[in-house]
Design a protein around this ligand. Structure first.
Ligand code: HEM
Length: 156
């Protein structure tokens, strides 16, 4: 057994679960509670959650992507352009990589846009509703990434 691969995969899965789980928790637990709060409380909580979310999730998501990159290349079979574009595994890995970068950018933009709007005095209920809709779109990215992980597990 190659222990370096085991360690990279273990860390990759830990950070990936953290990132994806955080998005699910935000969408299905925090969001619905937040939107029912009185406006002042909602504004205060949204600002605090946005700040903390950015501080924690940004590095966690970046590490997931970097470790996934390494797991596929240095510790995996994606070692040439021919393999990347000429095999099902290579293409699936590339789709996962690009979708994850897009998902991270979208999530980060959603949080920052909401924060800016709130600091500029925008209507809190409207801003939270928009942020929750945008966060829902982020889940589509995770569905694609998760499918890629399952496909790669079976060599596709
Ligand atoms: C939300 C983000 C992600 C999550 C939750 C996640 C989760 C996982 C899990 C659970 C596995 C283990 C699959 C298994 O062995 O059954 C895995 C493997 C793997 N992941 Fe990810 N991953 C994510 C993002 C990425 C990204 C962005 C890349 C590519 C840059 C990537 C590349 C890989 C590779 C190459 C493997 C090994 C596949 C194999 O050959 O068996 N992952 N990931």
């Amino acid at each position: 057994m190659d222990w370096a691969v085991v360690v990279v995969q273990w860390l990759h899965m830990l950070f990936g679960i953290f990132w994806f789980g955080g998005a699910l928790f935000g969408n299905f637990v925090l969001g619905p509670v937040l939107i029912k709060q009185p406006p002042d409380r909602m504004r205060e909580l949204a600002l605090l959650l946005g700040e903390q979310g950015d501080r924690v999730i940004l590095p966690v998501a970046t590490l997931t992507i970097v470790l996934g990159f390494l797991r596929g290349t240095v510790f995996g079979p994606v070692r040439s352009i021919e393999f990347l574009f000429g095999t099902a595994y290579g293409i699936t890995w590339l789709v996962a990589l690009l979708t994850a970068i897009g998902t991270l950018a979208w999530g980060s933009m959603t949080v920052r846009t909401m924060r800016r709007a709130l600091l500029a005095g925008a209507d809190i209920t409207g801003s939270t509703g928009t942020a929750l809709r945008n966060a829902g779109i982020e889940l589509l990215g995770f569905a694609v990434i998760l499918s890629c992980m399952v496909l790669m597990r079976f060599g596709l």
